[in-house]
Design a protein around this ligand. Sequence first.
Ligand SMILES: NC(=O)c1ccc[n+]([C@@H]2O[C@H](COP(=O)([O-])OP(=O)(O)OC[C@H]3O[C@@H](n4cnc5c(N)ncnc54)[C@H](OP(=O)(O)O)[C@@H]3O)[C@@H](O)[C@H]2O)c1
Length: 204
Amino acid sequence: MDIGVIGAGDFAQAFAKRALKAGHKVKLSNSRGPESLRETVERLGPGAIAASKEEAAASDMVLLAVPWDNVPETLASLPKWNNQILIDGTNPYHGKAGTFTPANVGNLSTSQLVAALSPGARVVKALNNMSAPNLEADPVVNGAKRVAFISADDDGAKSRVESLLEGLGYVVVDLGNLRNGGLIQQTGGPLAGRDFLERGDVRL
Ligand SMILES: NC(=O)c1ccc[n+]([C@@H]2O[C@H](COP(=O)([O-])OP(=O)(O)OC[C@H]3O[C@@H](n4cnc5c(N)ncnc54)[C@H](OP(=O)(O)O)[C@@H]3O)[C@@H](O)[C@H]2O)c1
């Protein structure tokens, strides 16, 4: 699959490494244009493509991987969505790593806000609770699989992202819709930042 990524920082590159290992192509984009990403895609290797935001956003599946403070301007700068899947991997913090303060998103889950800012996209919350090093690492740890959470209002989009994540090697846990599941997995929720492993031999 061709997967577009809006953002090309630590999180985006960790995702790219994992997706490339699974045989996908990844179109990375940032605010400065494809020229600025040449070294990055060379380092990532075959299948990594330096793209414009518009090219990345035209993919069937797109990962949003920009800092929270940049989300509104980034989404406003993209072309109209045409029913593509937008995976929201963001966390609501102001500032950069090390100087984080939680952002107030009012009465919405953060992905509901992302969905409101991207009409025409089918938004799925996923991957936000994994650190970049864990996302990049082998999802199998001592024989157990790392757990990935997903939430979405669109069941078809959710099941496509579930297949993607299973293909990357994760056990996927569906937390429900963008409102309820989103609040559970986003920063401030009970699963934020948790790193769970599931053993394959558990039968209940
Ligand atoms: N790092 C993690 O461990 C981790 C884990 C889970 C989730 N997340 C979430 O992932 C998001 C990104 O985090 P990060 O650590 O990867 O940040 P980062 O290393 O600072 O990278 C941010 C990226 O966003 C791009 N960007 C900013 N504004 C943009 C715009 N208007 N259009 C296109 N691209 C834009 C930047 O491009 P330029 O360089 O050109 O400005 C840069 O490539 C955040 O929401 C964070 O909460 C991070």
